[in-house]
Write a protein that binds this ligand. Structure first.
Ligand code: TRP
Ligand code: SF4
Length: 332
C-alpha cells in the first residue's frame, strides 16, 4: 500500500505523540511505501499571524521522527511547502468543491470555538481539509493513518476524488483512488496529571529531555490522594501512575502493584520505580540517537532535501495528468 501522513510542526514531540502516532508510523514503514511530511502550510492556517512558530518547531520535530526510528531509507520524509504542486491541486479542487462540504466538516466549527483567541474566519481555514485532500490525492495514496478527529477529512477526500473522477474522467480510467483511513487507536497513555498529554497542560514527558528531567517529573507525579501516609491503602484506578503501568508494566508487575497498593505493602516511590525502569529502557536509546542527530543537522537537511525532491517528482507526475484532465495541458 502507499501510505501518506502529515503532522503540523509543533516543536519537540512528547511521549503521547510517540505512543499515539509515531509507533504506528514505525510499523507502517516496514511493509509499505510511506510518505511522511511536515504540514507547514496547515500550521499557517492557524498561525498566520506568528509564522515563526511554524518554522521554529520544524527541525526539532523532524529530528524527533528520526530519533524514534522513522527511517529515510524506508519512508520519504518531506516538507509540504517544498512541494508547491500541493497548492496547485488545492486551487483546482477549490473550483469544484461546494462550500457546504467544507462548512459541515466537524473540525471547522470545533476549532473556531476552541481557538477563540485567533480569528479563524478566513478563506484558508475553511479550506484546511481541502488542502489535506490535495496532500493525500497528489500521491494517490491508498491509506492515511489518522486519529479519530481526522477521519472526516479523509471522508471529504474520498468525496473529492469521486467528484473529480466524475467531472473529468468520464469514459477514461479514474485518476484518483479513494483513500481509506487507518484509524490509530487513541493512545492509552495520559499526561502526568491524568488528563490528556498536551503541551498546553504542562503534563508531558518530552522525548528529547534528559533522564534527570523525566525522573523528577515521575517522582513528583500525583498518585491516589488517599495515600497520604505510607501505610494508607490506595486504589490504582484513582492514580495516573497506574494508567502508565497499564501501558508499560508486565502482567506480573501489574498484579504485584494491584496487590501492593491496595494493601499498602508497597509505597508510591517503589511503585514509580517500576515505571521508571520501563521508561528509561524505552527512552534512553531514543535520546542517544537524538543527541547524535542534533549534532548532524546538516545531514538531516540533506535527507529532507532528497525527500522533497522525490515527493515532488511523484506529485508532478500526478499534476501532469490533472492538468490534462481539466484542459490545462497546454503544449508550447
Ligand atoms: N490535519 C492533520 C492534523 O492536524 C495534518 C495533515 C495535513 C495530514 N495534511 C495531512 C494528515 C494529510 C494526514 C494526511 O494532524
Ligand atoms: Fe499509584 Fe502506585 Fe501509589 Fe498505588 S502505589 S497510589 S498505583 S503510585
Amino acid at each position: 500500500m502507499r501510505i501518506l501522513s502529515g503532522m503540523r510542526s509543533s516543536g519537540r514531540l512528547h511521549l503521547g505523540h510517540y505512543k499515539g502516532v509515531l509507533e504506528n508510523w514505525l510499523q507502517l514503514q516496514d511493509k509499505n511505501e510511506c510518505f511522511f511530511f511536515v504540514a507547514d502550510w496547515h500550521g499557517l492556517t492557524t498561525e498566520y499571524a506568528n509564522p515563526s512558530v511554524v518554522q521554529d518547531g520544524l527541525w526539532d520535530m523532524v529530528m524527533d521522527w528520526l530519533a524514534v526510528g522513522i527511517d529515510p531509507e524506508k519512508a520519504t520524509i518531506f516538507i509540504q511547502s517544498q512541494v508547491p504542486e500541493h497548492a496547485e491541486l488545492h486551487l483546482l479542487f477549490s473550483f469544484m468543491t461546494p462550500l457546504s462540504w467544507l462548512e459541515r466538516v466537524p473540525t471547522y466549527k470545533d476549532q473556531i470555538e476552541q481557538l477563540r483567541e485567533k480569528d479563524l474566519g478566513t478563506y484558508g481555514f475553511l479550506g484546511y481539509p481541502l488542502l489535506q485532500s490535495a496532500d493525500i490525492l497528489i500521491y494517490r495514496a491508498d491509506a492515511v493513518p489518522v486519529g479519530e478527529d481526522q477521519v472526516p477529512h479523509v471522508e471529504l477526500t474520498r468525496e473529492i476524488a469521486r467528484r473529480f473522477n466524475h467531472l473529468y474522467r468520464q469514459g477514461i480510467p479514474p485518476l484518483f483512488p479513494e483513500p481509506k483511513s487507518l484509524l490509530m487507536p487513541a493512545s492509552k497513555l495520559p499526561g502526568l496529571d491524568g488528563r490528556k498529554m498536551s503541551k498546553s497542560y504542562g503534563n508531558t514527558l518530552v522525548l528529547s529531555e534528559t533522564w534527570k528531567e523525566t525522573e523528577k517529573k515521575i517522582k513528583t507525579m500525583p498518585t491516589d490522594p488517599a495515600r497520604v501516609r505510607r501505610d494508607d491503602a490506595g486504589t490504582p484506578e484513582k492514580c495516573p501512575v497506574w494508567d502508565f503501568h497499564q501501558v508499560y508494566a508486565t502482567e506480573d508487575e501489574q498484579a504485584e502493584i494491584q496487590q501492593g497498593c491496595t494493601s499498602a505493602s508497597i509505597g508510591c516511590l517503589d511503585c514509580k520505580k517500576i515505571l521508571m525502569q520501563h521508561l528509561e529502557a524505552e527512552l534512553t536509546p531514543i535520546r542517544e540517537r537524538r543527541i547524535d542527530i542534533t549534532a548532524h543537522l546538516d545531514d538531516v537537511k540533506d535527507m529532507v532535501k532528497a525527500g522533497n525532491e522525490k515527493a515532488r517528482r511523484e506529485a508532478s507526475r500526478t499534476m501532469d495528468k490533472v492538468r490534462k484532465s481539466v484542459k490545462l495541458g497546454y503544449k508550447f
